[in-house]
Design a protein. Sequence first.
Length: 412
Amino acid sequence: MPSSAPLFPLRSVVLGAFLPTLVLEIGIGAMLPVVAVSATGRGASLTVAGLVAALLPIGKIAFDLPAGALAQRFGDRAAMLLAGSVAVAAFATVALTTTLWGLAAGVLTLGAANAVFNLARQAYLTEITPPLRRARVLSTLAGVHRIGLFVGPFAGAAVIAATSLRGAFWLGTGSALVAVLVLAVVRPEPRDDARETGPAPPRGAVPRASIRQVARDHRRLFATLGVAILLVSAVRGARQTVIPLWGEHLGLDAEVTSLIFGVSGALDMLLFYPAGKVMDRYGRLWVAVPSMLTMAAALALLPAAGTVAGVTAVAALLGVGNGMGSGIVMTLGADVAPAETRPTFLSVWRLFQDTGDALGPLVLSAGAALGSLAAGVWAAAALGAGSAGALARWVPRYSPLANLVRRGRGSG
């Protein structure tokens, strides 16, 4: 991509990735708050309803590795189209069936489709984006994801108010269908960025490495930076749960807790582009370590917050910390992924990410089960400090600009 080209090309980036992501995430965001309610309405106990809601992340984890094989074999855009089509079917299944098993199957399938879509989308943008702009593009993608999940519950609530609970699932069906149609209609521009990114190997010339082989060839990287990413994701997963749990612990009204959570989410969304710009200009560590230290400090302070004002301040700090690191996991994965086996490599990378997302809430739950939610929160804070140390130790020591200059000298 020439230096005069726009940062976000309309066809390949905005319409080819950002818009499908936004509409699909709006549909998922509309569905998430009503899965458990829908399960109890179909005869499930509270315990079973919680398990049904957990099938979404379980589906993602289960399909992280197959997602890489699909994208490697058929290509990134084809994998996104397939995943979007499966998401349409999953949403429609949930909307049409009245049984608990139909709901569970739809939610699990949606998690699997989401895993394939996210992996292929990341691989696609990594391939078409020059290194000097990679962090801004991927951090904006992370911001679009956040915006969709933020808008989704409000859109779902409006549809439910006008129709019924099933309206949220029909909204998801329509959102997924729009994503598929956009992907099918929009064709990306031809690649003209070989000078900055290096020539992409022809699809037919790329050896198809197995997941086992890729994991073995890069085992040291996964055992170091991969573990750091798992810790980062665990802290982020805990963030999604800790404010509602602490609000319940203090006896706050649900409306108050929701408003506090909304403040945190709003601050999070404001910082995605500045985060990417800092990463592109100064390197990844300038964002990664401060983000995790900020979140660790916020979590450590939360058990001392006994008022609405205190919890709001901590939630705001959590939002700022998470926003500071917007796109860091995807950007680091794009930096270290080998071009010839990128989708397969990123599938292993996303397995670490999604496993961490699931681990964070479990840490909080373990503390609560042992009789001290505060202990669980402090354990999550310790994970934040540990992730900052791991990132400082294992994130590659180069800036994108310096790396490009070195490559240019070597080719001369």
